[in-house]
Design a protein around this ligand. Structure first.
Ligand code: SF4
Ligand code: SF4
Ligand code: SF4
Length: 258
């Protein structure tokens, strides 16, 4: 980590960071380059060694590797293993990396059928989608589709100062209720807010769109009582399963016996 001085002349280690995209839309990496108001301070924390969206520099001596995307090709597996060997801290950045994300929807179909139907007569190499932790040890997961830049900045400050990194343990409902939103269950919709880890400031439900759980499960969720709620309201269990499967973030509960 590169040493610098704070304005109070205290030595400060800039984080030697690299970022790599795999099967993804690059929306999470782009999110980190947004928000010009905080970008100079954010970059001040970092010694960018390899980050296509931020710099043309290319170096292999990084300590922190941000991994965006899920894994869907053999060459990605090999590249990921190489990055894992170099990185002291490997971060799964975004829902694709943490859970598989929307890419996982493809796992519902046989790979050959997909290629034959969508890309005839091309020969495309593709594997079933896997999240990063299926292949390597992940030191830190930052969920979100895309990630919340404020949260990433807070986490980078924690890493730079050696303090504990935390994510909210409570569900999106807490943030949604704090904004005095009408609950979407009252409007006949299934919303995964009671199950999902907060940290997005309930951005979807504040726009009257149900939460699809991109941030994954909150701590200590009660799936049984959530199922009861859906049934009591006469809402569709098939719709619930579609929503749970959308980001693959509720894998242990998908196809849960209703
Ligand atoms: S998590 Fe969402 S925004 Fe990030 S790379 Fe995947 S699809 Fe794109
Ligand atoms: S709309 Fe969704 S997130 Fe908001 S209170 Fe209702 S269930 Fe919770
Ligand atoms: S409301 Fe749900 S789906 Fe929307 S950003 Fe937040 S966690 Fe993701």
């Amino acid at each position: 980590m590169a040493e610098n001085m704070t304005q109070h002349r205290v030595p400060f280690q800039r984080l030697k960071i690299a970022s790599f995209d795999f099967t993804s839309c690059e929306g999470c990496q782009l999110q980190l380059t947004n928000h010009e108001a905080t970008l100079p301070d954010f970059l001040g924390l970092l010694d960018v060694r390899n980050f296509r969206e931020l710099s043309s520099e290319r170096h292999d001596d990084y300590d922190i590797a941000l991994i965006e995307g899920s894994i869907s090709r053999q060459d990605e597996v090999e590249r990921l293993l190489k990055i894992r060997k170099q990185a002291k801290i490997l971060v799964a950045l975004g829902t694709c990396a943490c859970f598989g994300g929307v890419n996982s929807l493809k796992n519902r179909f046989p790979v050959k059928t997909l290629i034959d139907e969508l890309y005839p007569p091309m020969n495309i190499e593709t594997l079933a989608v896997r999240k990063i932790s299926d292949l390597v040890t992940v030191d830190l997961s930052i969920p979100g589709c895309p990630v919340n830049k404020d949260e990433v900045e807070r986490i980078m400050v924690s890493l730079a100062t050696g303090s504990r990194v935390t994510l909210p343990k409570y569900p999106v409902c807490m943030e949604c209720k704090a904004q005095l939103n009408t609950c979407l269950f009252e409007l006949g919709e299934i919303c995964l807010g009671p199950l999902t880890r907060a940290g997005c400031n309930a951005v979807c439900t504040s726009g009257k769109t149900p939460c699809l759980g991109c941030r994954g499960p909150a701590e200590e969720i009660n799936m049984a009582s959530f199922l009861e709620l859906v049934k009591e309201r006469g809402l569709s269990l098939d719709d619930l399963q579609e929503k749970l499967a959308f980001y693959n973030a509720f894998e242990p509960w998908q196809n849960h016996e209703a």
